[in-house]
Ligand binder design. Structure first.
Ligand code: F6R
Length: 606
């Protein structure tokens, strides 16, 4: 979604402000802009394009000012044009705002403002804010009162920041449904959509909650409730991430860096305190019904979890996509919802949790971002500890979530008596030796992945197929591939193919098979049957296979060999190599890997 940022200090803050939105660019990247108060005036420069491009074109860093706001946009209301880029200003130019989220009643507000002779420049919902504040200020001559009066008129979800020449050193900001965090330091204070904006300068953060606003100067940050103006005193938290982990560190892309970080991600997931895992397993044990919920990649994570719970704990735990949750899940107060989210801010997922809470159910979450909305709104949380994930497409965070779900399933399995302690320990041993295997195989096999990727990109259409737990892995592999290559790639259960999709198979339709270890005889045989069905129709088939799989290797047109590993970690290894395959395919096609077209990290609107 959009990234917003604001800085106020005792010196010129423009360079810092510019860097802050460069650090937030993964939240949206179709246009950007800066608004700075200088010499009693608000100056705004903005345009379409990425942050670096707009900086060059608009000479952003030649601006000057001690307080300013900045924005990087992912268009929702209004086309991607210079006028629709943020900041937006009041007609006298003295009030300037940046916004993330959606103002649902903006049409009514626009009509009302037009009746007061307001002329709109843009098609955005955001612009109403600047005009509402200006009209309220004209009546009260009190900036804070005007800001608050305007905020109270808004319906929907928003986070926004304002600067004004009426109070040159002050940032006003408010939050309802979209993330906003304050960063506090000695020389300057910050407001941003997430901590990556200011991690270089401070790790002391105050999280705003829904229904709160803040008035921030270089020396102070006062948080109040929007409803009644009462003061909120909240201690700053220390953000554990450091600025270094948010940098690219010699890798060509964040995606590659984050794929290669996975040995550490796995260690972190295995270091999630056992007491947390036991707590989740205990809650599941006591619940009438547990649901897993995510959306996009995290829905596929939830689906892998569904297999783990069936197989390891003997419990059917449905995974429901967050966008469909409300209409589908039948929630009772004795139920538990486990939501999964990297950002902890995804609109659909938050909505699903809110629904479960309304039904009186218990809620839990597995999230990566400290202080995120989901971590605050659910009854219990596992912080997955994967560190910042900057590439728009999710890689390392998804792997960590799968491992944590497997740990919970093992714990639950022990409680339900579905597995004994020897099986439990064997699985744990497999997990514990896995980070080293990943490290070695990534180092040794990347070249082979690149070769296979070069063959894949000559096909415009591809099916990714798997059975059992390899089915959600296939779905995730396909999602990764389509996100970064823009090729038409669909994931599907391998057993489903012959029930219709086989009609598409010819020599132009590639199939990519996720093959389980041959030791999983039945699953392996079932997957091989799909391979035979495709080959019989003249379709090319590539595969991700384990080294000891001679039968599959004899049938496949091309394959990537993976080291022989335990069945516990085999799907995870397939996932990692599918991520790398997507990366190299996109590289070959010259795609915008870290910021694919039309996408944004953390989709905070519905
Ligand atoms: C895909 C991807 C998205 C997210 C989804 C949920 O690579 O990143 O599908 O997984 O938008 O986001 P979070 O995990 O932040 O809730």
């Amino acid at each position: 979604m959009c990234g917003i940022s604001a800085v106020t200090g005792t010196e010129n803050v423009v360079q810092i402000l510019y860097e802050s939105i460069r650090n937030l660019e993964y939240r949206g990247y179709d246009s950007c802009g800066l608004g700075v108060v200088h010499n009693g005036e608000v100056a705004v420069r903005k345009n379409v394009g990425g942050v670096e491009e707009v900086k060059q074109r608009e000479h952003l860093t030649s601006m000057r000012g001690k307080a300013g706001i900045a924005h990087t946009r992912w268009a929702t209301h209004g086309k991607v044009t210079q006028v629709n880029a943020h900041p937006h200003c009041s007609m006298d130019g003295r009030i300037s705002v940046v916004h993330n989220g959606i103002i649902n009643n903006y049409q009514e507000l626009r009509a009302e403002l037009r009746a007061c002779d307001v002329i709109f420049e843009s098609e955005t919902d955001t612009e109403v804010l600047a005009h509402l504040i200006a009209l309220a200020y004209a009546e009260s001559a009190d900036v804070e009162a005007a800001f608050l009066a305007a905020v109270k008129r808004l319906e929907g979800s928003f986070a926004f920041c304002m600067v004004t020449s009426h109070r040159p050193d002050t940032i006003f900001c408010a939050r309802e449904g979209s993330p906003l965090v304050l960063g506090l330091s000695r020389q300057r204070n910050f407001v941003a959509s997430d901590v990556n904006a200011f991690l270089q300068h401070t790790r002391d953060a105050v999280l705003l909650e829904d229904g709160e606003y803040a008035v921030v100067t270089p020396q102070s940050a006062v948080v109040r409730k929007i409803a009644d103006g009462s003061r909120v005193r909240r201690k700053p938290i220390k953000v554990e991430w450091d600025a270094e982990t948010s940098r690219k560190g010699g890798y060509a892309h964040y995606m590659l860096k984050e794929i290669f970080e996975q040995p550490q991600t796995l260690l972190n997931a295995l270091n999630v305190p056992r007491s947390d895992v036991e707590r989740f397993a205990g809650q599941m044990h006591d619940a009438r019904q547990t649901y897993l919920m995510g959306v996009g990649t995290t829905q596929y994570v939830a689906l892998t979890g569904q297999y783990f719970f069936s197989q390891l704990a003997g419990r059917f735990v449905p995974a429901v996509s967050a966008d469909e949750f409300e209409g589908l899940a039948v929630i009772a107060p004795e139920d538990l919802l486990i939501s999964i989210s990297q950002s902890g801010e995804t609109y659909d997922t938050r909505r699903g949790v809110a629904h479960a809470k309304r039904c009186g159910a218990r809620t839990a979450s597995i999230v990566n971002v400290m202080g995120s909305s989901l971590s605050m709104m659910t009854d219990s949380v596992i912080m997955q500890g994967s560190g910042p994930e900057i590439c728009v497409v999710s890689t390392k965070a998804a792997l960590a979530q799968m491992v944590i779900l497997m740990r919970i399933a093992l714990e639950l399995g022990r409680r339900t008596g579905h597995i004994d302690s020897a099986v439990y320990r064997a699985h744990y041993n497999d997990l514990e030796s896995f980070p080293d295997i990943v490290q070695i195989s990534l180092n040794e096999r990347s070249g082979f992945v690149r070769n296979l990727a070069e063959r894949i990109v000559s096909y415009a259409n591809c099916l990714v197929l798997g059975r059992g737990v390899y089915y959600p892995i296939a779905l995730e592999a396909a999602l990764k591939m389509k996100e970064v290559t823009y090729l038409h790639v669909e994931g599907m259960p391998a057993g489903f193919l012959k029930h219709g999709t086989l009609a598409l198979v010819d020599d132009t339709m590639l199939s990519l098979l996720m093959l389980p270890p041959p030791r999983q005889r039945e699953l392996h045989q079932q997957t091989l049957s799909a391979l035979e069905e495709i080959k019989a129709r003249g379709g090319p088939v590539f595969g991700l296979v384990f080294e000891d799989d001679e039968r599959a290797k004899n049938l496949l047109d091309h394959y990537l060999e993976l080291p022989v590993v335990s069945c516990t970690v085999a799907p995870f290894l397939q996932l990692i190599f599918a991520q790398l395959l997507s990366y190299f395919s996109a590289l070959k096609l010259g795609r915008s890997i870290d910021k694919p077209r039309n996408l944004a990290k953390s989709v905070t609107v519905g």
